[in-house]
Write a new protein. Structure first.
Length: 72
């Protein structure tokens, strides 16, 4: 797997919700988890959108596998 594909897959695993409008790239491009080490490398949707940004409450998992906001 290429580095680009690995980053794309991790971002998709983290933020994509098939029940929310837009494809996974659009949802990832709206992610505002700027403290994520992959944030500046995430895939960007190429068209403008009026959709609200994704928030940390909408991200399913962090890189450690724990749900965001859960205690250790």
């Amino acid at each position: 797997m290429s580095l680009r594909n690995a980053i794309n897959q991790k971002c998709k695993d983290c933020i994509y919700d098939p029940e929310v409008e837009g494809g996974w790239k659009q949802q990832v491009s709206l992610c505002d988890l700027s403290d994520c080490p992959l944030w500046e490398y995430r895939p960007h949707h190429r068209t403008s959108s009026q959709s609200p940004k994704m928030t940390s409450n909408q991200c399913h998992f962090q890189s450690n596998g724990f749900e965001v906001g859960s205690s250790l």
